[in-house]
Design a protein around this ligand. Structure first.
Ligand code: THU
Length: 163
């Protein structure tokens, strides 16, 4: 039997000590933490905050919002990205910080779920420039991805939809 062809996906993030990031990035992480403190997560107790920096200088925050009907809830970073789109249509999302103060205790590292990656990839495709993503993986450690697509191997992209 013939061997199948393979397709590979290379994905790299840089890992920083938070103190080595520039002031704007540290500020965005602080905004995301502030957002996480306003999460509504009575069912999971897992708090997530997101902060989106737009090219018009505005920072839009979001936090996870759970619901008794579980699937009706929404992830924190997606709330932030959708709020940015709703309040500032056409503004370019330059960076998104995503944090979870709950992650140290129960997860090795906090990374956004697949659905949120898909949403970030679409924001990037729509605006035509990369969205930088800052992920606070531990108290002192921040992973930086230079684009959303870098975190989403083989993303769904249907160019013909809607046309
Ligand atoms: N959650 C997020 O806010 N972002 C993610 O990327 C993964 C999960 C939230 C959803 C739910 O409120 C809680 O974390 C537990 O899954």
């Amino acid at each position: 039997m013939a061997a199948p062809k393979t397709r590979e996906w290379q994905s790299t993030v840089s890992v920083w000590n938070v103190d080595d990031l520039d002031a704007a990035d540290r500020e965005l992480l602080r905004e995301a933490h502030e957002a996480a403190s306003k999460a509504y997560a009575p069912y999971s107790q897992f708090l997530v905050g997101g902060a989106v920096r737009l090219d018009n200088g505005v920072v839009v925050r979001g936090s996870n919002q759970e619901n008794m009907a579980y699937p009706s809830g929404m992830c924190g970073e997606r709330v932030a990205v959708f709020a940015a789109g709703a309040q500032h249509p056409g503004a370019v999302m330059q960076s998104v910080a995503i944090v979870s103060p709950s992650a140290n205790a129960i997860a090795e590292a906090f990374m956004p779920c697949g659905g949120c990656r898909q949403v970030l990839v679409e924001a990037e495709r729509r605006q035509g420039t990369p969205v930088r993503i800052l992920l606070q993986v531990r108290d002192e450690e921040v992973a930086v991805s230079e684009s959303a697509l870098n975190l989403m191997p083989f993303a769904f992209e249907a160019h013909g939809l809607g046309s």
